[in-house]
Design a protein. Structure first.
Length: 176
């Protein structure tokens, strides 16, 4: 956030190599040069600006899954370049940081209620909830029948540790 804040405050474009250094990432020189070329290509493409921003974020995360913060910064950069703004604004990166903070808080809540769960397969369900976007309410595991899973998810929902995501009574999906 500090890097985009400084760039937005000064209204100047920052190069990807400088931001990589500011964020503390170790990035191969040739890969960084390829990334800069891809940024230019995506920013100049005829596709709409939001799609160009999403494309560069997906490109970076495919190369380096640990560089998600950098990917969002580059998405803001490509958005600004596509719209011919004088410099990037922390629009997408700020939203990603808010989402990450919310998910972190919900994950902590799930881990806090974990000792209160008595179901034998609760550990497997908690692992899945922490590692997947959504988990089926009718999940079955070696230690958990679908009826036990339904009771477990109902309990987790009452404890406000998970949310039902689908909004449907017949096929429910749960997540943080």
């Amino acid at each position: 956030m500090a890097a985009t804040g400084r760039a937005a405050a000064r209204r100047q474009r920052r190069s990807a190599p400088k931001i990589v250094d500011q964020l503390g990432f170790q990035w191969d020189g040739a890969a960084l040069a390829d990334l800069c070329t891809e940024i230019e290509n995506v920013a100049r493409s005829p596709r709409p600006a939001p799609f160009a921003a999403a494309a560069i974020a997906a490109y970076v995360v495919a190369l380096r899954p640990d560089a998600e913060l950098f990917a969002w910064w580059l998405a803001d950069l490509v958005l600004a370049q596509s719209l011919r703004w004088p410099g990037p604004l922390p629009l997408l990166m700020a939203q990603a940081c808010r989402l990450a903070a919310e998910l972190s808080r919900r994950a902590e809540k799930l881990l806090a209620v974990a000792p209160k769960l008595r179901a034998k397969g609760a550990g497997d369900v908690i692992f899945l909830l922490l590692n997947e976007d959504a988990v089926s309410g009718s999940l079955t595991t070696r230690n958990l029948s679908r009826f036990a899973a339904r009771r477990l998810f109902d309990r987790l929902q009452r404890l406000d540790a998970v949310r039902e995501l689908s909004g449907r009574p017949s096929f429910r999906l749960f997540g943080l």
